[in-house]
Design a protein around this ligand. Structure first.
Ligand code: LMR
Length: 312
């Protein structure tokens, strides 16, 4: 090795889900493409499953520079004091992923990512997971069945309001503590896309899942801004390309991963999967839609309106 050879630039990339989820796979794919495109000048070390940091700590760790990259769910960006990302938590905001992409892949998505810079965070991309279902130990077919249930949510005021529209009690807990909280009965239910339900073994602790598709769960790929800005321009260019490829990959596999996860949950035979009738769906939707008007002033009416315009 020549005397002036530099060690690779190390990027610690922390996340909270397992490696076999859409985000886990995309993070590993990014690591592989980053090594290839930079010809080994960058080594991305991925720490899955909250092994390095849990939800809240990981965002602080990024700001302090203890890790260089993360992909937290959009709900969790609110911990930076930027509530606009909670717009994505509004129930029944997007009819499908294509409509959602009009926001995340357009000017509005870029504008939202840009707002992170004041917090020392560089927003790089949006990665999909998918639409959420609810789980519990009782069948959830109508509004009364939600009454009084303690449901785990991510730390988001919008999700809190959404749960209250159902007559249930929100409980904001770290992702890593959810299984245990369900097992011990500290909480009664949860919401997540099926890939998270399956990989967190929800079928061991929840007897029922109702296919509501009521809200979107996706991620922002973010970096410590100082770290990112100080990278050699050539490396930054190559990493941007690796992120672009990983984004394309993440958004291509997410739906299929969630469909397969649902089949795997079914195959355990431990959790009943319920499809709502049109009338049941309409009842839950009507109740949860009240979240929009209630939370728009908190999120920022102009951001909510902009999303309506892009998706309407
Ligand atoms: C959750 O906390 O439920 C999710 O944000 C976990 C994740 O990162 O998918």
């Amino acid at each position: 090795m020549p005397a002036n050879a530099k060690l690779p630039i190390v990027i610690k990339f922390s996340h909270v889900v397992t490696p076999d989820t859409p985000k886990g796979k995309a993070a590993n794919y990014f690591a592989q493409r980053a090594a290839e495109l930079t010809e080994g000048a960058v080594s991305v070390e991925v720490f899955p499953n909250s092994t390095l940091y849990k939800d809240k700590d990981e965002i602080q760790a990024l700001q302090l520079g203890a890790v260089q990259m993360l992909a937290p769910s959009l709900a969790k960006l609110t911990q930076l004091g930027i509530h606009e990302f909670e717009v994505f938590d509004l129930p029944y905001l997007f009819d499908d992923i294509q409509t959602l992409h009009r926001v995340t892949e357009g000017w509005l998505g870029a504008n939202l990512l840009g707002r992170l810079e004041t917090k020392g965070v560089k927003g790089l991309a949006f990665w999909d997971n998918g639409f959420k279902s609810f789980s519990a130990n009782r069948p959830l077919h109508d509004l009364p069945s939600f009454k009084g249930l303690r449901i785990r949510i991510q730390p988001s005021k919008v999700l809190e309001a959404q749960i209250r529209t159902l007559g249930a009690q929100p409980s904001a807990l770290p992702f890593s503590g959810t299984y245990q909280a369900l097992r011990t009965g500290f909480i009664d239910g949860a919401e997540n896309p099926h890939s998270n339900f399956f990989t967190q073994k929800i079928y061991e602790v929840q007897k029922h899942i109702v296919l509501t598709n009521h809200g979107y769960l996706g991620y922002a790929v973010i970096a410590n801004k100082r770290f990112w800005d100080n990278l050699p321009a050539r490396i930054r260019y190559q990493l941007t390309q690796a992120i672009g490829e990983a984004t394309e990959y993440a958004n291509r596999i997410a739906q299929e991963e969630n469909d397969q996860a649902l089949q795997k949950i079914k195959a355990t035979g431990k959790t009943r999967i319920y499809t709502l009738s049109a009338a049941e769906r309409a009842e839950l939707r009507r109740a949860m839609l009240a979240t929009h008007a209630k939370m728009a002033p908190y999120i920022g009416q102009s951001v909510v309106n902009a999303v309506y315009e892009e998706t309407g």
